[in-house]
Write a protein that binds this ligand. Structure first.
Ligand code: NDP
Length: 261
């Protein structure tokens, strides 16, 4: 039997185990997926080896520091600077980032996008800005404070102080504002004027309607939360775990059912 895990801290909110276990069970894969609370990436590596895990997902706040536990890192993950999936093969740990392609798959229904504004400058913003610019989309980034914007030197960046609202096809909230509070990710007037000129709004947070999405709804803007991004990153991780044994459509079908449970 193969064992997989999710490492992170906190983990209570995560539904990854439900998605993976439901797919394992219904595809007849002799495997289980558990959650393991960790304190740092050294502990992740030690537990990964001690439990002889076949693979794992890595979540907050270890996506960046866990690069160091990998023997090999995919080209995408290296460029993004964070991983969310590891897989063990022939005694080596391989690292991948499925958040970035998962996000891209989830915005496909919006159609052609030329210009995007990302709110936030953390790990998720790194993954999304990378994959959007790789798709030739003009990406701009706004963050509450200046420090983290230093990681985005290839992009046009703003702090709240020097931002002037203008027209974007999509506005993406990658901050944790609204996750456990009722905060907007950007100063209210600036956000309102920006969303008013946008075509789509996307919040990476899932499982609740954030104040950001409430404002988008109020403006009759097409909008989406992070549930599909979560689903697609899980499908792509499952594909790595099972070494492409199953079609992505089949995995999606099962994981979508598991999401509704
Ligand atoms: P990080 O800690 O790396 O970055 C957090 C960012 O949010 C920073 O830019 C920070 O700004 C900003 N921020 C935090 N609080 C506020 C606030 N009240 N107002 C404005 N800005 C704020 O987090 P991650 O990028 O790893 O994760 C962000 C969110 O994405 C989480 O909610 C996570 O659950 C979600 N997520 C969802 C996924 C999905 O599949 N749907 C996948 C991955 C993540 P500053 O620099 O000023 O502190």
């Amino acid at each position: 039997m193969q064992l997989f895990a999710l490492f992170g801290n906190p983990l209570a909110h995560s539904i990854s185990a439900r998605l993976h276990n439901f797919a394992f069970e219904n595809l007849g894969v002799d495997a289980a997926y558990i959650k393991i609370l960790a304190q740092n990436s050294n502990e992740i590596k030690a537990k990964f080896n001690a439990l002889c895990l076949s693979g794992a997902n890595i979540t907050l706040p270890f996506k960046e520091t866990s690069l160091e536990i990998c023997d090999e890192i995919s080209a995408n993950a290296k460029k993004i600077g964070s991983i969310n999936t590891i897989f063990s093969k022939n005694g080596k740990i391989y690292g991948f980032n499925t958040d970035a392609p998962g996000f891209l798959m989830s915005i496909k229904p919006f159609g052609k996008i030329n210009k995007a504004l990302i709110i936030g400058a953390g790990g998720t913003a790194k993954a999304i800005s990378y994959i959007l610019s790789k798709s030739n989309i003009n990406v701009q980034i706004i963050n509450r404070s200046a420090k983290r914007l230093e990681n985005f030197s290839n992009f046009t960046t703003f702090t709240w102080e020097n931002f002037r609202p203008n027209a974007y096809d999509i506005v993406i909230n990658t901050t944790s504002a609204g996750l456990n509070d009722e905060n907007l990710p950007l100063q209210k007037d600036l956000l309102f004027s920006t969303l008013k000129q946008a075509k789509f709004a996307f919040d990476v947070i899932y499982g609740k309607q954030t104040p950001f999405l409430k404002m988008a709804k109020q403006l009759n803007l097409a909008h989406k939360n992070g549930a599909q991004m979560l689903l697609f990153q899980a499908i792509l991780a499952f594909d790595i775990f099972t070494q492409k044994q199953f079609s992505q459509d089949k995995i999606q079908n099962l994981m979508q059912k598991a999401l509704m449970l």
